[in-house]
Design a protein around this ligand. Structure first.
Ligand SMILES: [Zn+2]
Length: 389
């Protein structure tokens, strides 16, 4: 009995080490066995054992060598991109996208359906099944090791339930992970779209130097995904990062959430459009057009964007004061205007915190992804779950 327990613990430890090793290579790029040993604090023998297992399964490959200061050059190890694939289901308010994503965050096939005609739970599940059935005809079907679903909240992440997101055609209480697991017999996970976007930055973006950072997505809504010590932080109710509902005006506009003065009422693309229309822009102006005109010097559109960034600055500053993270990535529907928005936010934060700037300087950077971070990040979510024992 006692011996069995020790055996179990050793096996768990080995599985944990295997997971951490693969995650290190995916998030930090190809590296040598020596570097892995130092990074993970594991003996060379343990590393060799795990690596050999992955090489035999075709999940890792050797790929050239590092420049060395003499002696034998160590071979680098990298993942075989299509050896483990995720089926990603991204549920947006405009479109449902299903695709196959590999270990490098590359989408190897993708299909989608518009959301608008889907009016009840049965049609909703039917559409997702239809897309998944199609994609699972792929010749690499046997390499798919999990399904991930990303969706706007509120969700019950633990129980895999889409609760009652606003503007969602009144579709609610969908046990999405149970339904997909029963149909396809693959491990299935659910997370909100901002968390998967943050995971995309951690696994496939330029974040190898950061332990703690946030991704902020700005579109018709605003939300954030928070990574603390290289792990997603969801909060006790899965609501961490709901900065769209942080207060930026104490007696401001009422919000659907029941509060007043929420950031989303000032800085979402929807709110900016509304403000511009109320202040002289045409009634049918689109977000893309507004951004284009602001870029060309139109004064109403520029004011609309400045006001948006002003309020964003307040919310981001509050978030940073609470979290003290290393970097904030800005993504969402900002198109070619992204760098301008990022620079404005940088200036604003710098001017707000001059006295603190030596000790408490947060970096602000544009997301590495052009609006598809939450979809790509589904592969990271599957990996994060499948590799954690
Ligand atoms: Zn609100």
């Amino acid at each position: 009995m006692h011996g069995t327990l020790i055996g179990m613990n050793q096996r768990n430890m080995n599985d944990k080490n295997k997971g951490v090793l693969l995650k290190s290579i995916v998030t930090q790029g190809p590296m040598s066995r020596v570097k892995l040993s130092k990074l993970l604090g594991l003996s060379k023998m343990t590393i060799t054992g795990i690596v050999n297992e992955y090489l035999a399964k075709g999940i890792l490959q050797e790929c050239g060598s590092a420049s060395s200061t003499g002696g034998r050059k160590p071979m680098f190890l990298d993942v075989v991109p299509n050896s483990l694939l995720s089926l990603g289901v991204s549920i947006g308010r405009d479109v449902i996208q299903v695709g196959i994503i590999n270990l490098k965050g590359e989408v190897i096939q993708s299909e989608n359906l518009p959301f608008a005609p889907i009016v009840d739970g049965d049609a909703f599940l039917g559409s997702i099944f239809y897309l998944c059935d199609e994609l699972l005809k792929h010749k690499l079907r046997s390499n798919i090791w999990g399904i991930g679903v990303s969706c706007a909240g509120p969700l019950s992440i633990q129980n895999g339930i889409i609760l009652n997101p606003p503007d969602f055609n009144d579709i609610r209480d969908i046990h999405i992970t149970k339904e997909l697991h029963e149909r396809y017999s693959l491990p299935t996970y659910l997370h909100n779209d901002m968390c998967t976007a943050a995971l995309a930055e951690m696994y496939f973006g330029n974040t190898e130097n950061y332990n703690s950072f946030a991704y902020i997505g700005i579109s018709a809504g605003i939300g954030a995904g928070i990574i603390i010590d290289k792990k997603i932080y969801s909060g006790t109710m899965g609501l961490a990062g709901a900065i769209g509902h942080s207060t930026v005006e104490r007696n401001g506009y009422p919000c659907e959430c029941g509060q007043r003065g929420c950031l989303e009422k000032y800085s979402s693309t929807k709110a900016v459009l509304e403000w511009a229309k109320n202040n002289g822009a045409e009634d049918d102006i689109t977000w893309f057009e507004l951004v284009r005109r602001a870029n060309k010097g139109d004064s109403i559109c520029q004011k609309a964007i400045e006001r948006m960034i002003d309020y964003l600055g307040v919310a981001i500053n509050n978030m940073q004061m609470a979290l003290d993270i290393e970097c904030i990535f800005i993504g969402g529907d900002l198109y070619f205007f992204r760098d301008t928005v990022v620079n404005h936010i940088k200036d604003k934060l710098q001017s707000q915190s001059l006295a603190w700037s030596q000790r408490r300087r947060v970096k602000v950077e544009a997301s590495s992804f052009m609006g598809n971070a939450s979809f790509i990040g589904i592969a990271a979510m599957v990996m994060e779950n499948n590799l954690t024992v």
